[in-house]
Design a protein around this ligand. Sequence first.
Ligand code: ATP
Length: 318
Amino acid sequence: MSLKFKGIKKQLGNFSFDVDIELEGGMLISLLGPSGCGKTTALRIIAGFHHPDMGRIYLEGEDITDVPPRRRNIGLVFQNYALFPHLSAGENIAYGLRTRKWGRIAIRKRVDELLETVQLKGYGKRRIQDLSGGEQQRVALARALAPKPRLLLLDEPLSALDAKLRRELRREIRILQQELGITTIYVTHDQEEALAISDHVVLMREGRVEQTGRPEELYTDPVSPFSGGFIGISNLLPLSSEAEERKWMFFRPEDIGTGEGRMFRGKIREIEFYGSFYQALVKTSEGLIKVNFPTNHPHKVSDEITFSVPEENLKVLK
Ligand code: ATP
């Protein structure tokens, strides 16, 4: 199910949303960006809760701009589960099927199938309050998938969970999405999460698309200091600019070595341990630089070090 925002504009108070983008079907697409950049607004427009002031929205070539939300056949999962607390897990999953007038036997079969899909077999009768956060979010996912939606929208679905569970569940979501081949729009402000599970990332900034592409493209080829700074850990150093426009030198902490390239010299201010490497913050005459080095390397705080960045890893951004 391809999705197209054709010249979509929406004004909400002082906030202007202005997006023109076409997204291929069958993919997991992350909408990524800082708080207030318009991610939820984009989802609301897709789901039909906001009508655009201008432009049209197409799902698989069909203009759905004026189709009411309940007729769009889009599955939704929110951050705060939004499950019905007085219904059991199974009844929550069945809810959308009842309203669509599915028969009783078909509903039971579909609910059992989904409980198995989200790894909650045998949990159908459990009360919602007797489920953990992760289990509740699995029920929410099953409920969204039950009516076989054309598109799945996930709005920060894991943000209420702890870090380890987030990683487990995001992998499960990714596996499920690939098995079902369902076009999924995943809203997150967590760039690591977006890079980890997406086929395609749409990076937003102040109501507009800043950059879009495969996670690898955004990581290696940021188009702006904003992209470079938002995605991954980066070094952005101001370059003396001849023009009025400010330019930045951009490179990653892991691009640093001791071979040929642009040389830097500085003093280590602080070192963080990341398990498979260390990251030092080095004070140089050009600014603070993050430098990764291997765990078998004997650097310590206050050491003076010299290092280099190969020319091919240096980018000028403006
Ligand atoms: P977050 O990550 O914090 O959820 P977001 O990227 O999803 O942020 P949106 O919820 O889309 O951001 O909001 C974008 C901007 O629009 C925000 O500044 C918000 O305050 C503003 N906004 C949203 N709805 C309205 C409204 N009904 N009236 C006025 N301003 C609004």
